[in-house]
Design a protein around this ligand. Structure first.
Ligand SMILES: Cc1cc2nc3c(=O)[nH]c(=O)nc-3n(C[C@H](O)[C@H](O)[C@H](O)COP(=O)(O)OP(=O)(O)OC[C@H]3O[C@@H](n4cnc5c(N)ncnc54)[C@H](O)[C@@H]3O)c2cc1C
Length: 389
């Protein structure tokens, strides 16, 4: 089957073909595993599938892998060991977290982890996948999944993709949808994220280097929080808000950064600015026949903390392994993927979704009510009820 699938295969020029390989040599290309999205989930999926011997195509709509960065880059140590991160990805270690409410209460707790350079993480994963044989095409956007018209052994999906100068079709045995919060692949299966924080952040000069991440809660940041994550002599200062409460992320960020500058923590000069969506609605169904979802596309970002890099890496790897095992003739591999994700993350993410609703239920109340409720549900406060359930 593999030989047949590889007929007409297009040769990608290098690890980050800009779509010309797909476009220039005919209207079709094919693969055993099509990975849509080259973030941490897609990179981990492509690497695992290619290492297991599958013929893999990865596409990403961005021109450059990992850029622009839409992430603050904090990775809890529990999510991954430093040894398994590629060289040059860690920018500094984190030891603790300070959680702060607007009534002046703050509490520090141990929170070991790493600040990572997200663009380098994404690029390193894709470079490793490419070295393992995956063909990588940037500037290529998945548009639609079309019915399979001609019977080619092993081909289960035709995916229409858009790229500079036109569109074309990729024939795939299995699709891994790793295309983030607004996943096109998820939409094809009816599994879409429904609740989001809209986030905006600046990289700013930090007055004193630190190994503590700071989390600020405030009614002016409804449904979310503000963060200050140190990265050497700089820091990432950002906010995530639920826009349905009428707050604009850009306005909230300016207010938040002014407060940090007034506290003497940062200089209010943006070195760079980014924005993005954080899915906080919880876990979605992640399989529909020969299509698997991973990372944010599968709703695996933690609804309370917004942490999604770790689950993206884990689910991506498992999806890639499952896809390769299925191609090799293991009929239960795709079902097993869904079961593994459910057993590892299902209950925790569903509970976090409920707790998130509870935590912000007093956003419209008095400052003291708001602070009390946040302290009940945020794990950085010793009085939180989560540790006791
Ligand atoms: C501002 C901000 C700060 C954050 N900070 C943190 C943090 O500190 N720690 C943490 O753990 N998490 C953080 N997160 C969440 C984290 O970034 C995500 O959970 C993580 O990136 C999910 O990885 P992913 O691979 O599933 O999706 P993504 O990283 O979103 O990657 C999806 C890829 O798919 C591509 N794509 C999308 N649609 C298509 C299409 N139709 N065709 C082709 N390609 C497509 C995109 O270009 C992208 O490269 C933050 C998120 C935001 C927005």
């Amino acid at each position: 089957m593999r030989k047949k699938l590889l007929e007409g295969r297009l040769k990608a020029a290098g690890s980050q073909d800009r779509g010309h390989g797909l476009y220039g040599e005919g209207r079709r290309s094919n693969c055993e595993v099509l990975v849509i999205g080259a973030g941490p989930a897609g990179g981990a999926a492509a690497l695992a599938a290619a290492q297991a011997g599958a013929d893999v195509i990865v596409i990403d709509r961005r021109q450059r892998i990992g850029i622009p960065v839409r992430c603050a880059g904090f990775l809890p140590a529990a999510a991954i060991s430093a040894a398994s991160l590629p060289d040059g990805v860690i920018s500094q270690k984190i030891r603790s977290m300070l959680s702060i409410t607007p009534d002046g209460h703050s509490e520090e707790c141990s929170s070991p982890g790493f600040m990572v350079r997200r663009e380098r993480l994404d690029q390193a994963l894709i470079a490793a996948a490419s070295a393992a044989g995956a063909r990588v095409f940037t500037g290529v956007r998945a548009i639609s999944r079309e019915p399979v018209q001609n019977l080619i052994p092993g081909v289960r999906s035709h995916v229409r993709v858009g790229l500079a100068g036109g569109s074309r079709q990729i024939e795939a045995g299995i699709i891994i949808g790793a295309d983030g919060p607004l996943s096109a692949a998820g939409a094809w299966t009816g599994n879409v994220n429904s609740a989001f924080l809209t986030a905006a952040q600046w990289t700013v000069p930090l007055r004193d280097e630190s190994t503590t991440i700071r989390i600020y809660f405030d009614r002016r940041l409804p449904g979310g929080y503000g963060w200050l994550f140190p990265r050497g002599k700089e820091a990432v200062a950002g906010v995530g808000v639920e826009t349905r409460f009428g707050e604009k992320p850009s306005r909230a960020l300016k207010w938040f950064v002014s407060g940090l500058a007034a506290e003497g923590l940062i200089r209010k000069h943006p070195i760079s600015a980014t924005a993005g969506l954080i899915p906080v609605g919880g876990i979605l169904a992640n399989r529909s026949k020969e299509l698997l979802l991973a990372g944010d596309a599968a709703g695996l970002c933690h609804p309370l903390t917004g942490a999604g890099i770790g689950p993206a890496l884990l689910s991506g790897r498992l999806a890639g392994e499952a896809a390769a095992a299925h191609i090799r003739g293991n009929p239960g591999a795709l079902t097993l993927y869904s079961r593994e994700i459910e057993s590892m993350m299902g209950d925790a993410l569903r509970e976090a979704t409920l707790n998130r609703r509870q935590m912000y239920r007093n956003s419209g109340g008095s400052v003291s009510e708001f602070c009390e409720t946040v302290r009940q549900y945020w794990f950085g406060f010793s009085r939180n009820i989560l540790d006791k359930t």
